[in-house]
Unconditional design. Structure first.
Length: 449
């Protein structure tokens, strides 16, 4: 008999069927036992007798039975199959599960985040975890579909690189045969090269940051949704593309993930007719006037500054998102284009959402000599960037790009407390699947961005 998925049962009342899945929950009522069976399409209630007496949660089973309508007083409106149930005729165990470390059948797991990560293969099966990554899937597909509509070509780039993409010491050095290489901080240099091939490109790339930070918003390995585009007229063209992409992502999540949003009591970010933008120094001035915190000489926004300016923009413009532009030249990578009107600042931006950076981007230097000089000024060796510089030596149009943090956007849409919840298998200073150190009690969020 062909397998039936749980969601398909609503159209098979009165029919004999075969189901396969995991025991999500078991409830004993004397001679009758109720099972919630979980498969990729959802959950269905199974009515059993003694054939289920030895089953436990997460046992993998095959069930033969008959689809029946539930009594009206027993209908469960919370699940899609809530109007039917299966009268089990035969149950075969395909794989047994050992006793679980915590109850996975509850609506919300009442265990600590370290415990969830210690038992990641199990905790990912919970409805809330599955919902997180269904939303993340939509974010990624929305990013991809939006850019394809705009004529972008998807590319794949290496993560082992010969030099640090953005310079600095916060990179992972690796032994590459008898030489030294690095794990990429971003796909930046390669996507710029590919502008000379396809004009508009995007990639989903894992990036690695050796930042000594233990915060609720940093992880060591993250998924960047990166895009780069040529023949721009100004860096505002890039921000306009970011806005197009974000609106498409939100539309897709609203369409495909209503149930997941409801599970987290989450709402999509509010948007004004156009996402507001302001220079970083303007934002710092507004913050100083609002709350008296004087960071007007700082080269970046502090975490609390990001939260405060988002509060201001929501009050004044009715938007959960805001572009902050013109970050100091010394704070941005060597390839960022300086503002011709004031070279101390760059034609760059961050998109903040609900108090946190979601996107970073800007216009890039496309002049070969100017780029070569910046490589030297930033303390790098041109020979280390030979392949990259070739692209500009042989002609590169005005161009720029951006990167979305997949985990951060997932976290902010769903209102998660820690970015690790939005990473399938998070890496940080204390974890590479297994815990590398004992958890630090009372660790405070690092102020570093």
């Amino acid at each position: 008999m062909e397998r039936t998925l749980s969601l398909e049962t609503i159209n098979k009342i009165g029919q004999e069927i075969r189901l396969c899945g995991w025991v999500n929950r078991r409830r004993d009522h004397g001679k009758i036992i109720f099972l919630d069976l979980r498969d990729r399409s959802g959950i269905i209630q199974i009515v059993c007798q003694k054939q289920a007496k030895d089953l436990r949660p997460e046992d993998v089973v095959e069930i033969y039975g008959k689809v029946k309508p539930r009594p009206k007083e027993m209908v469960n409106p919370k699940i899609q199959t809530g109007e039917v149930e299966i009268e089990a005729k035969k149950i075969r165990v395909l794989a047994k599960a050992v006793e679980l470390p915590f109850d996975t059948g509850v609506d919300k797991l009442k265990v600590s985040l370290p415990t969830l990560l210690d038992y990641r293969p199990l905790s990912l099966r919970h409805s809330r975890s599955r919902a997180i990554f269904k939303v993340q899937e939509t974010i990624i597909s929305g990013f991809r579909e939006s850019l394809k509509k705009q004529g972008f070509t998807e590319i794949q780039v290496p993560t082992i690189v010969p030099t640090a993409t953005e310079g600095g010491s916060q990179v992972f050095k690796i032994k590459y045969f008898d030489r030294q290489a690095f794990l990429a901080q971003s796909p930046q240099l390669y996507k710029q090269i590919m502008v000379g091939v396809f004009e508009r490109v995007f990639t989903l790339a894992h990036a690695y940051r050796a930042e000594p930070s233990i915060t609720t918003r940093h992880i060591t390995e993250y998924l960047g949704l990166d895009a780069e585009m040529g023949f721009i007229d100004s860096f505002e063209d890039i921000m306009a593309m970011v806005e197009t992409v974000m609106r498409e992502i939100f539309a897709q999540v609203e369409k495909k993930n209503k149930a997941e949003l409801e599970l987290f009591s989450a709402t999509l970010p509010r948007l004004s007719a156009k996402i507001p933008m302001m220079k970083m120094r303007q934002a710092q001035e507004i913050i100083f006037k609002r709350v008296g915190r004087d960071n007007r000489r700082e080269p970046d926004l502090e975490p609390e500054d990001e939260r405060e300016i988002c509060r201001y923009v929501l009050e004044e413009y009715g938007s959960d998102l805001v572009f902050i532009t013109h970050y100091p030249t010394k704070k941005r990578p060597f390839y960022t284009y300086p503002d011709p009107k004031d070279p101390k600042y760059t034609l760059s931006f961050d998109l903040l959402g609900r108090g946190l950076e979601w996107v970073t981007g800007g216009q890039r230097i496309n002049d070969y000599q100017m780029l070569l000089n910046n490589v030297k000024v930033w303390g790098n060796k041109p020979a280390d960037f030979d392949i990259y510089l070739q692209a500009f030596k042989y002609g590169m149009p005005p161009e720029g790009g951006f990167c979305l943090g997949a985990e951060r956007i997932t976290m902010q849409i769903l209102g998660l407390e820690n970015i690790r919840e939005a990473s399938l298998f998070p890496r940080d200073m204390e974890r590479v699947d297994i815990r590398l150190t004992e958890p630090k009690s009372g660790a405070k969020e690092n102020k570093k961005k």
